[in-house]
Ligand binder design. Structure first.
Ligand SMILES: Nc1ncnc2c1ncn2[C@@H]1O[C@H](COP(=O)(O)OP(=O)(O)O)[C@@H](O)[C@H]1O
Ligand SMILES: N[C@@H](CCOP(=O)(O)O)C(=O)O
Length: 357
């Protein structure tokens, strides 16, 4: 009996200033997968060694560059990881996955988080494994190892998350190099090895309220910064002064963003950060001055501004004056020879969804 279903996963913006690796918001910009499984069309899908014919819509971000072999593409490679952990070696014959991706790659809007969440859900659905979202998060966290984007994409809304203390054996399992977790792209034979199963209940999260008047302005430069590179420029240790600076702001920000009316005098300073943004300026031309270029007094309606995820996108939270705020930031970037586009986005309150058709 042919089966078909649809998966949608939101983009996300992580950190929101002081909440490095902790805070995230799901954004209403959705990675979408249309999946059909029909053994009668197996001949069309068995060109791929794992029985999966993968296509992207032409208007997808990354259309020209993303790999289409199932053991090279992040979405299907992740799905294969979930399947193989559960003793299923490949997709059912006749699997077709069509992807529409409006999330810009490598810009700090959680494209890889969304791809990993979509891949884990894809594995769960094709393998009919019946995992809860909480267990699916464990699988995601074996691949993208910071919980902020993954949790926001899976659960939606405004979330805070952490990883529970793991036992030494669990730590060893979770720290296995990614190359040994995800199936290695190769032309060779499947080795039959079962990849490491994720420890249970790794991620803990809470969903905060969000004042729905607050909109997200994403100013997206036309260059990529890989999250790995952007984490690579961060120090190994911090002063207690800088940590206390962030902790104080984090504690205030999570409630300040729920209040009505939102208070810019509280939110703007509470979105300052000393843990990641100052170090990332080496990768993003003009970052420090861009972050101070708009304030609630110069642009009424603005609430706060920060780097989105690992950058280079800038996230401004506002209730008004969206176009002027975006234009000012784009002008600042253009002085550094960087062109940008911008999007006005609401939160994605529900997170990842599957619908059977
Ligand atoms: N929809 C997608 N399909 C395939 N690969 C993707 C997709 N989205 C993201 N990726 C992979 O993730 C990389 C970007 O990840 P990363 O550096 O973490 O940036 P981001 O901030 O966008 O998450 C891309 O270069 C690509 O390899
Ligand atoms: N906390 C992470 C978030 C990375 O987000 P992304 O959208 O850039 O993948 C970090 O700041 O490194």
């Amino acid at each position: 009996m042919p089966r078909s279903f649809h998966i949608s996963v939101p983009a996300s913006s992580a950190n929101i200033g002081p909440g490095y690796d902790v805070l995230g918001i799901g954004l209403a910009l959705f990675l979408e997968l249309d999946v059909t499984i029909d053994s009668k069309v197996a001949s069309e899908t068995n060109e791929d060694r794992n029985n999966c014919k993968l296509t992207y819509s032409e208007d997808s971000e990354g259309f020209a560059t993303v790999p289409l072999k199932s053991d090279e593409n992040l979405i299907t490679r992740t799905a294969l990881y979930v399947l193989r952990c559960n003793n299923i070696r490949s997709f059912p014959s006749g699997t077709k996955v069509h992807v529409k991706n409006p999330i810009p790659l490598g810009r700090g809007l959680g494209s890889s988080g969304a791809a990993v969440v979509a891949g884990v859900i894809l594995g769960n659905e094709v393998g009919q494994l019946g995992f809860t979202k909480q267990r699916l998060l464990d699988y995601c966290l074996m691949i993208e190892r910071h919980p902020d984007n993954i949790t926001a994409a899976m659960m939606g809304g405004f979330v805070g998350s952490f990883l529970r203390d793991l036992t030494p054996a669990e730590i060893e399992r979770r720290e296995i190099p990614l190359s040994e977790v995800l199936p290695e792209p190769s032309g060779g034979e499947d080795t039959g090895l079962v990849p490491p199963l994720p420890p249970t209940d790794i991620g803990r999260h809470v969903k905060y309220n969000w004042n729905k008047d607050i909109k997200c302005i994403a100013i997206i430069p036309d260059f990529e910064v890989s999250t790995a590179d952007s984490r690579g420029v961060l120090p190994q240790a911090y002063t207690s002064k800088d940590l206390v600076f962030n902790l104080q702001r984090l504690a205030v920000l999570t409630t300040a963003l729920t209040q009505s009316p939102p208070n810019p005098d509280l939110i703007y300073p509470a979105m300052q950060d000393r843990v990641h943004q100052p170090y990332r300026k080496t990768l993003i031309p003009g970052l420090t001055e861009i972050l101070s270029s708009v304030t609630p007094s110069t642009y009424p309606g603005l609430l706060g501004i920060c780097l989105s995820g690992a950058g280079p996108t800038i996230l401004a939270l506002a209730i008004d004056n969206f176009e002027d705020i975006a234009q000012e930031i784009m002008n600042r970037f253009s002085k550094k020879q960087v062109t940008c586009r911008w999007k006005l986005l609401d939160l994605a309150y529900e997170g990842a969804q599957v619908s059977h058709t």
